[in-house]
Write a protein that binds this ligand. Structure first.
Ligand code: HPA
Length: 278
C-alpha cells in the first residue's frame, strides 16, 4: 500500500501565516512595537553589528519572545530590533535560523513571516557566502539574481504551485547600487543545507550548474517571501573562496573576519536600499 505524503494544505494556504506568528506579533505589540514597518532586514553571519545603526531602537531578545526559534550560531546574537533608518521604520532580525542547526524549513522562514505580519513593503536579506565564480574576491558584495536549490523541500508544498518571483527588486537594487557608486556583483546563489562545507568536486560541479556563490541560508527565506507576495532583495558578502577555489582551508573565523572588514560598505548598501529602493 502506498501512503500519500502529508502536504498540509490547510497550513500552507496562499498568503496565510501560521498561528504562532500572530502570537509573536501580539507579544511584540504589547512590548512597544509599531503596528507596521516600511522595511524588514535579516542580518547574516557576522553582520549583526548593523543593529547598532538603527535609531530609536527597541531591541527584544529572541529568548524572551514566546514561540520564537532561538539562534545557536556564533556571530548571531538573536534579537529583533524595531527602529528607524533615514526616517523609515524598520524591523531587523539580528540572527537567523538555519536548517543545519536542526530547524525545519518552517522555522527558518519565521523572520519572513514576521516581516509580513508587520506589513513590511520590502525585505532585505543578507548572508555570508563562499565565492564559486572565479572572478569573485573575498569581500565582494553580490546581489542575488536567482537561486539554485539543492533540496526542493526547502519550502513546504504550496497548493498554488509556488513560483520564485524576486526579480523586479533585484534589478532595481543593482541599478541603484551602481548609480550610488557602490561596487556590487550580481549572480546566482546556490543553496546547500550544510552544516559541512562542500568538497572541491562539489564546488566544481556547482560552477557548471551556474552557481556564483554558495551558502546555507536565504533561499528558503526568498521562497517564502515569494509565497507571501513580499518583495525581497538579498545580498551575499563573499567571505571566502569556496572549497578548491584556492588552497586555503575553510573556517568560520574567516567568515567573521571578512564580515568585520566589509561591514561599513555593507551597511551603506542596506541603508541605501531601505531609503531609496521602491
Ligand atoms: N560554503 C557554504 N556556506 C558558506 C560558505 C561556503 O564556502 N561560506 C560562507 N557560508
Amino acid at each position: 500500500m502506498t501512503t500519500k505524503p502529508d502536504i498540509s494544505l490547510k497550513f500552507w494556504n496562499h498568503m496565510s501565516l501560521p498561528e504562532n506568528i500572530h502570537g509573536i506579533r501580539n507579544y511584540l505589540l504589547d512590548h512597544g512595537a509599531p503596528d507596521s514597518v516600511d522595511a524588514a532586514i535579516i542580518l547574516g553571519s557576522g553582520l549583526g553589528g548593523f543593529g547598532s545603526e538603527i535609531e530609536n531602537a527597541l531591541s527584544l531578545p529572541y529568548s524572551e519572545i514566546p514561540g520564537m526559534p532561538q539562534s545557536t550560531v556564533e556571530g548571531h546574537t538573536g534579537s529583533l530590533i524595531f527602529g528607524e533608518i533615514h526616517g523609515k521604520t524598520v524591523l531587523a532580525f539580528s540572527g537567523r535560523f538555519h536548517y543545519y542547526e536542526g530547524y525545519g524549513f518552517d522555522k527558518t522562514i519565521v523572520p519572513v513571516q514576521i516581516a509580513h505580519a508587520f506589513q513590511a513593503e520590502k525585505l532585505i536579506i543578507s548572508n555570508a557566502a563562499g565565492g564559486i565564480n572565479l572572478d569573485f574576491r573575498v569581500g565582494d558584495l553580490m546581489i542575488i539574481d536567482n537561486i539554485i536549490r539543492q533540496s526542493k523541500m526547502l519550502s513546504p508544498p504550496d497548493p498554488n504551485r509556488l513560483i520564485y518571483d524576486q526579480y523586479e527588486l533585484t534589478n532595481k537594487a543593482y541599478k541603484l547600487a551602481q548609480e550610488s557608486g557602490i561596487e556590487v556583483k550580481r549572480g546566482t546563489y546556490l543553496f546547500v543545507t550544510g552544516p559541512n562545507y562542500e568538497t572541491k568536486a562539489e564546488i566544481h560541479a556547482f560552477r557548471y550548474l551556474g552557481g556564483d556563490a554558495v551558502g546555507m541560508s536565504t533561499a528558503p527565506e526568498l521562497m517564502e517571501a515569494s509565497r507571501l507576495g513580499l518583495k525581497a532583495v538579498a545580498i551575499s558578502l563573499i567571505t571566502n573562496a569556496a572549497a578548491g577555489v584556492t588552497d586555503q582551508k575553510l573556517d568560520h573565523a574567516e567568515v567573521k573576519e571578512a564580515a568585520e572588514f566589509k561591514k561599513d560598505e555593507f551597511a551603506n548598501l542596506v541603508k541605501l536600499f531601505i531609503s531609496d529602493l521602491e
